[in-house]
Design a protein around this ligand. Structure first.
Ligand code: DQA
Length: 252
């Protein structure tokens, strides 16, 4: 299978998360998920019980990378501030771990939140450029959908920080929120130099996971085995929806 890159092609890529707590759960989940043939796999390492053990994290990351073959991997440590699991690492330790992943695993993408200081971003940019690891600069709001202007600014920040990909995930509390996320996505598609991954979470938000690609979202997250956020749809169902959309919409 040919390896797909975020932002290439006119179809959104489907990413499935791994959320196991122990090594054996993660590797078993990986086997199941691979059978469903996602375009990308995200390892949500904040779920891993031994995240404070760098050697363990690197060893699992290498195993995931080795087993996934051409399917690119995203390494993510989602902070509690943005809806992740509580972990014992400081922000500095998180940065050091992500740098170690860049240097030692061959993983293609690392997620780094826009809420980290600009200096940390520059440090990561420097290291990840050496290893050719791409940075996804992300913003999450698990409570509500901020004003469109705020979302646009987050996306611009990602580009200004020289991230390779921008990502926004916000909780939709209404259909208007869904429209706003799609509106921002279309605007970014027409004005941004880097690809955007956008989605809304929750019941309403699941609409964006199906049609976000039409408006310019480069990736949509789906359940392979377990969900990592509210509103994610099982990958098989999402694939059916996307193939119908692909047939009926000429995405340029
Ligand atoms: O940022 C995202 C998007 C996400 O929050 C979602 O809503 O699908 C799921 C997370 O695992 C991922 O890191």
């Amino acid at each position: 299978m040919e390896s797909k890159k975020i932002g290439e092609g006119n179809q959104p890529l489907i990413c499935t998360p791994l959320v196991g707590k122990e090594q054996e759960d993660i590797l078993r989940e990986l086997e199941n998920v691979l059978q469903k043939q996602p375009d990308l796999i995200e390892w949500r390492a904040d779920f891993f019980a031994e995240i404070a053990n760098t050697d363990q994290v690197l060893s699992i990351a290498q195993k995931i990378k080795g087993r996934a073959g051409d399917t690119p991997i995203i390494f993510t440590i989602r902070s509690v501030r943005e809806g992740g699991q509580p972990i014992s690492l400081t922000d500095r330790e998180v940065l050091n771990l992500i740098k170690a992943v860049c240097r030692n695993t061959g993983i293609e993408y690392v997620d780094y939140e826009l809420s980290y200081p600009e200096e940390s971003f520059k440090e990561l940019r420097h290291i990840s450029a050496e290893s050719n690891t791409k940075i996804i600069a992300s913003y999450h709001n698990f409570n509500f959908t901020p004003k469109m202007e705020i979302l646009i600014n987050k996306i611009k920040d990602a580009q200004n920080l020289k991230a390779d990909v921008a990502k926004i995930a916000v909780m939709a509390e209404s259909l208007q929120d869904v429209l706003n996320v799609l509106d921002v996505t279309l605007e970014a598609k027409n004005t941004l130099r880097i690809p955007l991954i956008s989605m809304a979470m929750g019941e309403y938000g699941s609409i964006t996971r199906m049609i976000g690609g039409v408006f310019g979202s480069a990736v949509t997250f789906a359940v392979g085995e377990s969900s990592s956020a509210p509103g994610q749809i099982p990958i098989d169902e999402l694939k059916s929806v996307l193939s119908i959309i692909q047939k009926s919409v000429n995405q340029k």
